[in-house]
Structures are given as structure tokens and as C-alpha cells.
Design a protein around this ligand. Structure first.
Ligand SMILES: [Zn+2]
Length: 275
């Protein structure tokens, strides 16, 4: 599932949202396959339009075929932050209709159950049962790959820099629940951590800087179980989150060292672990 084999006879689908993770999947695929397409599934959430605009432009610049599949009706199931429950099952299913190798941009220690190797293994078994046994299915194999499933966003950004992706290209990717760079949502925070750890200082033009929002959010997480960081730390064993916690600590250390914020890295670590 992590991939690694070189195949060039398949139609490869990169689930392409215009974010850092899907960009990394594209570069990973480009080294291994010829026939690649970026696929965006329109779930009509609050940030859909912003993602389509960015993803379309990025694919044009990369000379990558791009397709939008309409599944707008699913938007009515979206919660207030724009999360559609069970969506990754649908995304993989739709991608499987268009290609036989599917690249899924999940990262290490993510919050939702439908992102992670146990989920991907179950989906792989489901597809195997349909391709081997089903008379109506022309494909012999559907392969699900998550080449960055053991990596953090900091490592993904490093990978992209190693591929000679420029800071400007990185800043053009999208990853915000408001479709902007609000600086006050978990994706914006995780993106800042990844950039800071790669010495890409403040390449996003935030409305509000995530370094301050993040620490306040960790403090708030002590008092409410609904807080995203709290949920993430409670629902995923600390062992699974260790790489993310280390990345957050490193980013705060970097911010402290360059006088961006006065919070000591030790205080940050204590605040996260108490949360
Ligand atoms: Zn945001």
C-alpha cells in the first residue's frame, strides 16, 4: 500500500485537492508512471470552489490532465467545518471507476478513521473481491497506494523541496477549511508547522498567524472535548501522534529562536500533552 513498484501500463489517478499532499502524490507518481490524471470529486462543501480553482490551475501548470467529478448532493451531509462523513470510501470508489492505480494523499497519524493503513487495507480487500470475482468488471486489479502514509506534512514539504518545487508553488497549494489561509484552522496550523520546519518562513499570507492561534487552541482544548486537537489526541494513541507532536514542538522552537513568538518550546510541549 505504500507503493514502490514501478509500473507504467496503468491509468494512474491522483486524488487531487490542490493541497500539499496531493501535489506530493503527483510528483511521486511522475517518477514511476506515464499515464497520470488528477481527479477532484466535487462534494459541494464550503471550500470546494476554492479547491477546484487552485487544483485546476496547478494541474494546468504541471501539464497534468485534470477532471472534476460531480457528487454535489453529498454536500448536504457536510458538517459545519465542511467534513462529509464516510467521504473517503466514495473518493476511492469514484477514482477506481477512472483508473486502476489510485494515489491517496493520507499522512501519518491523521484523525479520521477513513484515513490510515487499516482503512486502506480494508478498501483494498473490497476492491480485490470485485476485480477477481466480478464478471462485469473489466479490470484485473485496482491498486490503492498511499506513498506518504508514514510521513508527516513536514516530511512531505521536504520531499517537495527535494523535487525542486519552489516556495512559490508551495504557497499556491491550498489547505484551509475556509478556502483561504485563515491561520485559524487545524489544516492552516499543520501547514505552518510543515513550512516552519523546512525554514520556509511565513510564505503564506495569513489573516491571523497560526503560531498564536495554535497555542491558544491547545489551551482551549483542556476545557472542551469538541476541540479538534483534543479529539485528535484522545482518539489516536500518543504513539501514533508522536511524529506530529515532535513536528509541532520543532516548529515552536524555530519560531521562538527567530523571535516570532515568546512561548518557550517546553511550555508548548507541556500544553499539548496536558490537553
Ligand atoms: Zn485555515
Amino acid at each position: 500500500l505504500e507503493g514502490g513498484r514501478v509500473m507504467d501500463d496503468s491509468q494512474v489517478i491522483v486524488l487531487f485537492s490542490g493541497g500539499l499532499d496531493s501535489l506530493a502524490c503527483y510528483y511521486w507518481a511522475k517518477e514511476r508512471y506515464k499515464d497520470i490524471m488528477g481527479l477532484y470529486v466535487n462534494l459541494d462543501t464550503s471550500y470546494t470552489i476554492a479547491e477546484i480553482v487552485k487544483a485546476k490551475k496547478m494541474c494546468f501548470d504541471l501539464n497534468l490532465d485534470f477532471k472534476v467529478v460531480d457528487m454535489k448532493f453529498m454536500g448536504i451531509f457536510s458538517d459545519k467545518v465542511g467534513h462529509v462523513p464516510l467521504r473517503n470510501i466514495f473518493l476511492l470508489e469514484i477514482a477506481a471507476l477512472y483508473g486502476n492505480t489510485i494515489l491517496f494523499g493520507m499522512l501519518h497519524g491523521e484523525l479520521s478513521e477513513d484515513k490510515g493503513f487499516p482503512f486502506l487495507r480494508r478498501m483494498q480487500r473490497l476492491f480485490d473481491s470485485q476485480t477477481k470475482e466480478n464478471l462485469y468488471h473489466a479490470k484485473s486489479k485496482i491498486e490503492l497506494l498511499a506513498p506518504f502514509g508514514n510521513k508527516t506534512k513536514t516530511q512531505v514539504v521536504k520531499y517537495l523541496l527535494d523535487q525542486k518545487v519552489t516556495p512559490f508553488q508551495l504557497s499556491e497549494t491550498i489547505g484551509c477549511l475556509k478556502g483561504t489561509v485563515c491561520g485559524e484552522c487545524p489544516p492552516c496550523f499543520n501547514r505552518w508547522v510543515a513550512f516552519e520546519n523546512n525554514k520556509l518562513y511565513d510564505i503564506d499570507d495569513y489573516f491571523s498567524h497560526p503560531v498564536f492561534w495554535g497555542i491558544e487552541e491547545f489551551k482551549r482544548s483542556r476545557s472542551t472535548n469538541k476541540n479538534m486537537f483534543k479529539k485528535s489526541l484522545l482518539s489516536i494513541p500518543l504513539w501514533e501522534k508522536r511524529k506530529w507532536i515532535m513536528d509541532v514542538w520543532r516548529a515552536y522552537k524555530s519560531a521562538y529562536d527567530r523571535n516570532l513568538c515568546a512561548i518557550t518550546p517546553g511550555t508548548v510541549l507541556k500544553t499539548i500533552l496536558k490537553g
